[in-house]
Design a protein around this ligand. Sequence first.
Ligand code: FAD
Length: 339
Amino acid sequence: MTTTPAPAPTEPTAPHETWDAVVVGGGVAGLAAALMLGRARRRVLVLDAGAPRNRFTAHMHGVLGRDGTSPARLLADGRAEVVSYGGVVRTAEVVAAGTDDDSVTVTTSDGATHRARHLVVATGLRDELPAVDGLARFWGRGVAHCPYCDGYEVRDQRLVVLGTGPGSVHQAQLIRQWSERITYVVHDAPAPTDEELATLEARGIVVEQHRAVRADAAAGPDGERLAGLVLDDGRTLHVDAVFTAPTPRPGDDYLLRLGAERAEGAVGPGGALPGAVPVDTLGRTSVPRVWAAGNVVVAHANVPVAIAAGTMAGAGVNHALVEEEVAAALASRAVTVAG
Ligand SMILES: Cc1cc2nc3c(=O)[nH]c(=O)nc-3n(C[C@H](O)[C@H](O)[C@H](O)COP(=O)(O)OP(=O)(O)OC[C@H]3O[C@@H](n4cnc5c(N)ncnc54)[C@H](O)[C@@H]3O)c2cc1C
């Protein structure tokens, strides 16, 4: 396949002009949607506040073909790809959104408004960490939630699973796959049942029926590193990494304000999880012209899954636009014939 020169940017020049699609959120899901739309020769605008969920970590893992790449590098490459097809990517925070019969309008914090035929919401989620003094500063570099992302790098080391809810015993059993040196600190999780204690003991997992009160640091080769977890009885557990299940807070305000509703919350490793706004396999929400992809609607989506969801949403929006154009062409032909 030959390559052609990049098309000129297709940004509308007057405020009344309408984009084919506006994508709110320029993480991997949003950029994947925009890439599909750009390649489908659609005028697409990405508005991104620039705070992707994995910004705390230096390397991504489990991402086929990009394993070990920095999240920032992947996003920079993704933005360049979107721009190469005429897409426009801007740093901006969307503060309001509205729909009418044939368009959606978003407003950014600087007061600018952008009108589009369709809206893709890819605003991700915020991780609410357990309240342990000093823990948050190690998020993404010693404190993690996903063993598929970070487990291999700490294999065979001293790992703590910090309980946050009913699923935490399962999380401890999962993390055991990466090391035999596991301590399960019950913390906010319910006290393990006798049956759970038996399963933990059978796999050599040490159980501390205590709360953690502080994460301690030590000097490491790249600055401070996590070194210990202080329990409420004063003892310090010397650790190399902590795994925990934060509460996911989806960035779905605009979806809710536009009329979407969250499904009932499930119970996850971190306890009762906020429900997600339901979408179909293409990312279509219950609100006409509004689509959603990535962590904003699927909390467990890692980078490849979020990319896949954005890809489907981009194709879904293009398909919907084609259907609208077919209907408009038929209507205009009917008028011509009648006239
Ligand atoms: C510490 C950590 C490490 C991780 N490591 C891995 C890993 O190794 N491998 C892996 O596959 N996954 C990993 N993940 C998961 C990964 O972060 C997510 O899968 C991915 O970020 C989801 O992409 P997204 O596009 O849905 O959301 P995000 O990447 O969070 O992107 C959402 C974007 O929307 C923007 N935004 C939000 N609200 C607005 C608004 N109102 N207006 C404009 N823009 C807005 C945000 O600023 C952000 O840029 C990790 C997560 C964490 C927390």
